[in-house]
Design a protein around this ligand. Structure first.
Ligand code: ACO
Length: 330
């Protein structure tokens, strides 16, 4: 869908746990190796939250940095959207807790549960609020502590995920060049069970049995997700460019969800995107779900790979299954 929404990213920020967990730590506990993990996923290390840290503390740190970057104070924010599948509590929402932690006004605040696509979906929602003038300054955060729902005894998932948060401030754009050109979003609920947490919701409430059977941890059919991800990401990249009336070659930078280096490489190669245009940091953070795209976006802004006037595409897929993209002129 071709849009031309006058919305800009005014600031970004990062909130990472300080504890770095290398592949060597898993080698000591599980039947795995640094070589297997690097070859199959591209991951060398990830961050895990310390006991005193949570999704909210990481989100708060990221939000404060993004506000400072955008030269705004907390009371100037009109709306908070927090993309997360690991909220501090089932209720209240992490976004509401964040509103209080930052000292914002009594502005609306809500969580977005679209797993790894959460930040991209949140960006589309934030832009809609701005375009419809229900908000001027929107604080959007992707924040996760996946280590709290990952089975550290399951080698097929334990090595993949990490914790972290990143935030962006979205505003109406003063410059007519700076706009959101096209977006894609979709979901296939029929494939929801490919990545799911069996217990802890209303269907299977927490009990001694669910704890004993490790049913509060994420279960994933990795190979099926892999195949879906490569095809869908390629399709979304090409369709988004086509909708905007640009060639994939015009896109300066792609910021993909950091799920697996092989997925990123295959999808981008098939879509005709050279790898030097693709932001990759999975080697240092693993898969941080909703935090993955904004962490990579923040790093690309800070290290100068993303420059004013560039066409940048954010693209993600995740549990649900969900997918989404945003093509914007930065
Ligand atoms: N160390 C060593 N061996 C392992 C490990 C490990 N950590 N994990 C699995 N293996 C073994 C398997 O048991 C299997 O052994 P077998 O052949 O004897 O049965 C073998 O390695 C191959 O297993 P596969 O699952 O086929 O390995 P694959 O190459 O597909 O890689 C992976 C697995 C990395 C999980 C891959 O499938 C993947 O990345 N899938 C996508 C995951 C993803 O992107 N999820 C995103 C959504 S997450 C969210 O939304 C929160």
């Amino acid at each position: 869908m071709r849009l031309g929404w006058p919305v800009q990213i005014a600031g970004t920020g990062l909130g990472l746990p300080s504890r770095v967990v290398t592949n060597a730590e898993f080698e000591r506990r599980l039947d795995t190796s640094h070589e297997w993990i690097v070859q199959r996923t591209g991951i060398c290390e990830r961050r895990f939250a310390e006991p005193h840290e949570s999704t909210l503390t990481l989100a708060t740190a990221a939000a404060r940095e993004a506000l400072a970057d955008a030269r705004l104070t907390a009371d100037q924010i009109d709306l908070i959207i927090c993309a997360t599948i690991t909220p501090d509590h089932l209720l209240p929402s992490t976004a509401c807790e964040l509103q209080a932690a930052l000292g914002c006004r009594w502005i609306p605040a809500y969580d977005m549960a679209a797993a790894c696509s959460g930040f991209v979906w949140g960006l589309i929602l934030a832009a809609q609020h701005i375009v419809t003038r229900t908000a001027q300054n929107v604080l959007l955060i992707g924040a996760e502590t996946l280590s709290r729902i990952t089975d550290m005894e399951d080698r097929a998932t334990a090595v993949l995920f990490g914790d972290g948060a990143a935030a962006a401030v979205l505003q109406p754009s003063g410059d007519p060049q700076r706009q959101i050109l096209a977006v894609q979003l979709g979901a296939d609920g029929g494939r929801g069970m490919l990545i799911h947490v069996p217990a802890g919701g209303s269907k299977l409430a927490a009990s001694p049995e669910t704890v004993a059977s490790r049913a509060h941890y994420m279960k994933m059919q990795g190979r099926e997700v892999y195949k879906f991800a490569v095809t869908k990401m390629q399709e979304v990249i090409q369709q988004t460019a086509e909708d905007a009336g640009v060639s994939v070659h015009d896109v300066a930078i792609i910021v993909p969800h950091q799920s697996n280096l092989r997925i990123i490489e295959s999808a981008c190669e098939r879509a005709g995107v050279p790898l030097h245009k693709v932001i990759v940091n999975i080697d240092r953070y693993g898969n941080t779900s909703a935090a993955s795209v904004p962490i990579a976006l923040h790093e690309a802004r800070c290290d100068g790979r993303l420059r004013r006037g560039d066409l940048v595409m954010l693209v993600a897929f995740g549990a649900g299954l969900t997918w989404g993209s945003v093509l914007l002129r930065y």
